[in-house]
Design a protein around this ligand. Structure first.
Ligand SMILES: NC(=O)c1ccc[n+]([C@@H]2O[C@H](COP(=O)([O-])OP(=O)(O)OC[C@H]3O[C@@H](n4cnc5c(N)ncnc54)[C@H](OP(=O)(O)O)[C@@H]3O)[C@@H](O)[C@H]2O)c1
Length: 213
């Protein structure tokens, strides 16, 4: 069975992502500091992983997977070691483990610092955006990975709509299950390789939106 590794496997987005991946026939290895918090489903194994660990330790956990997701984040508490360097180490570990495909959960405008002062929601999280900026830039500039970077707007705990708008715009929220669905569905999509994709709530069914890549 095709296996994927998720760094940050107990988080809100990861939990929904795991459900979609399992439903699509993937086995999932979920790396988490608290493996007992990973959703328990057939086809999911939870392994202990801390992003403070070394690259070789992370690579060992990834062996046998065909892709790596990064969905971890420190909620502002450990931006350098988790959101920035933790992400970079998972990229290095993926390459060490011989894995080519890598899907990053980033954040809207992380790669456009000029935007950070234009939106009140972003003005308060500059340090977070800096961490995401450097992680995304490293992925693009310093790896040979077949990456896709998904940059959603503000996450909400509303139910799935199954619809999105890709690209920037005024609607600045995303239900978590819609973000997870996009993360799952881009995995096998070759046109998504090497792309940075902003997303937010919208009216286009996700499958249709992704066909336009
Ligand atoms: N909130 C938003 O509006 C928003 C918008 C756009 C993008 N995003 C991005 O989406 C990401 C995921 O969101 P979410 O709501 O799913 O976050 P979440 O529920 O807080 O999940 C983050 C996960 O990261 C893990 N983690 C933190 N530090 C770690 C470390 N040192 N080693 C290993 N795992 C660690 C946490 O596990 P523990 O239980 O061990 O702490 C948790 O499982 C955010 O981090 C952010 O980058 C968020």
């Amino acid at each position: 069975m095709k296996q994927v590794f998720i760094a940050g496997g107990s988080g809100r987005v990861a939990t929904e992502l795991i459900r979609y991946l399992v439903a699509s026939g993937y086995a999932v290895v979920a790396g988490a500091r608290h493996p007992e918090r990973v959703v328990q489903l057939t086809g999911v194994s939870a392994v202990k992983m801390d992003l403070h660990d070394g690259v070789d330790q992370l690579a060992q956990l990834m062996h046998g997977s065909l892709a790596v997701y990064f969905t971890a984040g420190s909620r502002g508490k450990d931006l350098l070691q988790t959101d920035a360097m933790g992400a970079v180490k998972t990229m290095q570990a993926a390459e060490t483990a011989g894995i080519k495909r890598y899907v990053m959960l980033s954040s809207m405008y992380a790669l456009q610092p000029a935007k950070w002062s234009q939106y009140p929601a972003l003005a308060n999280i500059t340090d977070y955006n800096i961490a995401k900026f450097f992680a995304d830039r490293y992925l693009i500039d310093n790896t040979q990975l077949d990456y896709t970077i998904i940059q959603p707007a503000t996450l909400t705990e509303k139910p799935a709509t199954g619809k999105v708008t890709l690209g920037e715009g005024d609607d600045t929220t995303n239900p978590i299950p819609d973000v997870a669905r996009v993360l799952a569905d881009v995995l096998p999509l070759k046109p998504a390789y090497g792309q940075v994709i902003m997303m937010r709530s919208g009216q286009t069914p996700i499958g249709q939106a992704l066909k336009q890549l």
